[in-house]
Ligand binder design. Structure first.
Ligand SMILES: Cc1cc2nc3c(=O)[nH]c(=O)nc-3n(C[C@H](O)[C@H](O)[C@H](O)COP(=O)(O)OP(=O)(O)OC[C@H]3O[C@@H](n4cnc5c(N)ncnc54)[C@H](O)[C@@H]3O)c2cc1C
Length: 410
C-alpha cells in the first residue's frame, strides 16, 4: 500500500519516516534538489529544533489554534523529538529560554540524520519532483500528478508543502492551491514572525546594533500585550531579532498606529536604582562631558540618539546636569519608544499565519474530513507559534501523527 508525502521539509520527513515505520510503502516527493532547504537556515543555521518546556507551555506558545494540537503533542511531544534526534546520533543542548539546538550547532546535522533514517526505513526519496495536483475520485485520493505530467498512484497522500514565507526555500503556496482544489477551506495567509518597520528614524540610524538582555514590551493603547527579556536588533528599516519577531505575531492584521514598542535597556534596575547609578556616575566625573561617560551605561552608538531624544546636549558637563535631565534620561533608558509603521513581507517572514482550516482536519489523525486518504502536516495548517523551537515542534508533531495515521488507515 502506497503513501506519497509531498514536500521534504521537517513535517514531510517526519511523516514519511513514521508512515514507513508503520509498514507503508512510502515515496517522499520534493521539488528542490535537496531535502530540508528551509530547515537548513533555521536558528541562523543552528536549528532551534524544539523547546524543552513543559507540555502546558507547548500549547501556550502556540499562538493560533493551540488546542487543535493537543492530540499531536500527546502522541509526539518535545521530549519525543529530542529522544528521537539524539537516538539518530545528534547530541543536543538546551540554551536560554529552553531552546534546544544540536551540540554541533549545524542544522545540516538534523537533515542528514533524518535522511539516513529515511533510507534505513526504505523511503524512496524523489528530488526535483514538483507535484502539481492531488488526484481524487469519489471523495477518495488516488494519487498525484507531477508538474511534468507524470501520474503517481497512491492510497494516501500527505501534504507537507509548508507555508509561503521565504519562498526561495521552495514553500510558496503550492500545497494551499492543491488543498483548495480538493474543496478544503483555507484561512487567509499573512506573513508572521516578521521584522517591524518603525515610524521613527533613530532606530534606522542604529542599523546593525544588537541588544542583549533588554526587555521589549508591546503596548496597545497603553495596555501591555507582550513583554519579555531577550535579544533584538536594529536594522535599516527598524527592528528585528527574536523579541521583535515574537511581538510581531500580535500585530498581524491590526491597526499598527494603536501600538507602541517599548525597550527597557536596564530591566535589572528599577527606576530608583537606575537614577542612583546615573547620579553616582555624574558625581565621579564632574568635569567630563556627559556624552563621554554614558557608554558605561549604554552601547556607545546609542548615546547620542538617546540624549537627543531627551533634548540634552552630549557636551553638557556632568556637574551641570540638572535633576530633571537626569530623571529624563533614566525614564528614557527604561522606556525607549517606537511606533510600528509596517510589518516586513513574505521574503523576511519566519512563518505563515493561516492555511488549511483546522476545522477541515481531524486533530487525532491529521486526515482531511472531506477527502478520504488525504492528510496534512506542518506549516500548511492554520497553526503557528512564537519563536523558541515551537514551529519546528509543530512540524514534527503533526508530521508524526499524519504519517502514523496514514499507515494505519491503509
Ligand atoms: C529564516 C527562518 C528561520 C527559522 N528558524 C526556526 C527555528 O530556529 N525554530 C523553529 O521552530 N522554526 C524556525 N523557522 C520556522 C520553520 O522553519 C518552519 O515552521 C518549518 O520549516 C515548517 O516545516 P514544514 O515541513 O511544514 O515546511 P517547509 O520546511 O517549508 O518544507 C516544505 C517543503 O515542501 C516542498 N514543496 C513545496 N511545494 C512542493 C510541491 N509542489 N512539490 C514538491 N515539494 C514541494 C518545499 O520545497 C519544502 O522543502 C524558521 C523559518 C525561517 C524562514
Amino acid at each position: 500500500m502506497d503513501v506519497l508525502v509531498i514536500g521534504g521539509g521537517p513535517a514531510g520527513m517526519m511523516a514519511a519516516l513514521t508512515a514507513a515505520q508503520g509498514g507503508a510503502r512510502v515515496t517522499l516527493l520534493e521539488r528542490n534538489e535537496k531535502l530540508g532547504k528551509k530547515l537548513y537556515i533555521t536558528g541562523k543555521g543552528r536549528c532551534n529544533l524544539t523547546n524543552a518546556c513543559d507540555s502546558e507551555e507547548l500549547v501556550r506558545s502556540t499562538v493560533r489554534n493551540g488546542r487543535f494540537l493537543y492530540s499531536a503533542y500527546a502522541a509526539f511531544d518535545n521530549r519525543a523529538v529530542m529522544e528521537m534526534i539524539e537516538g539518530l546520533g545528534v547530541p543536543l543542548k538546551v540554551e536560554r529560554g529552553n531552546r534546544v539546538f544540536p551540540q554541533s550547532e549545524h542544522a545540516s546535522d538534523i537533515t542528514r540524520a533524518l535522511t539516513r533514517a529515511l533510507e534505513r526505513a526504505g523511503v524512496a526519496v524523489r528530488l526535483r519532483a514538483r507535484v502539481a495536483e492531488v488526484l481524487a475520485e469519489q471523495g477518495a485520493v488516488r494519487g498525484v500528478r507531477l508538474s511534468d505530467g507524470q501520474v503517481l498512484e497512491a492510497d494516501a497522500v500527505i501534504l507537507t508543502t509548508g507555508g509561503m514565507s521565504y519562498p526561495v526555500t521552495g514553500s510558496d503556496g503550492d500545497g494551499h492551491r492543491m488543498a483548495a482544489a480538493q474543496g478544503v477551506a483555507l484561512t487567509p495567509c499573512t506573513p508572521s514572525l516578521t521584522p517591524v518597520e518603525t515610524a521613527q528614524d533613530w532606530p534606522k540610524r542604529l542599523q546593525g546594533l544588537s541588544l542583549k538582555n533588554v526587555r521589549l514590551t508591546l503596548l496597545k493603547k497603553g495596555k501591555k500585550r507582550y513583554s519579555e527579556i531577550g535579544e533584538m536588533l536594529f536594522t535599516h528599516f527598524g527592528v528585528s531579532g527574536p523579541l521583535v519577531l515574537t511581538a510581531s505575531t500580535f500585530l498581524s492584521g491590526e491597526d499598527l498606529g494603536l501600538y507602541t514598542l517599548q525597550v527597557d535597556m536596564k530591566p535589572g534596575l528599577d527606576a530608583q536604582k537606575l537614577d542612583e547609578r546615573i547620579y553616582r556616575d555624574l558625581e565621579e566625573a564632574p568635569n567630563r562631558q556627559w556624552g563621554n561617560i554614558l557608554p558605561a551605561l549604554l552601547p556607545q552608538r546609542m548615546v547620542g540618539e538617546v540624549l537627543a531624544l531627551c533634548g540634552i546636549a552630549p557636551d553638557t558637563l556632568c556637574h551641570q546636569v540638572t535633576r530633571e535631565q537626569r530623571r529624563a534620561l533614566g525614564e528614557r533608558i527604561k522606556a525607549l519608544e517606537m511606533t510600528p509603521a509596517a510589518l516586513r513581507g513574505w521574503e523576511e517572514a519566519i512563518i505563515t499565519r493561516g492555511g488549511v482550516r483546522c476545522g477541515e482536519v481531524d486533530p487525532k489523525t491529521m486526515a482531511a474530513k472531506a477527502v478520504k486518504g488525504l492528510f496534512f502536516a506542518g506549516e500548511l495548517l492554520d497553526v503557528d507559534a512564537v519563536t523558541g523551537g515551537f514551529n519546528l515542534q509543530i512540524a514534527f508533531s503533526t508530521g508524526y501523527t499524519a504519517g502514523k495515521s496514514a499507515a494505519e488507515a491503509l
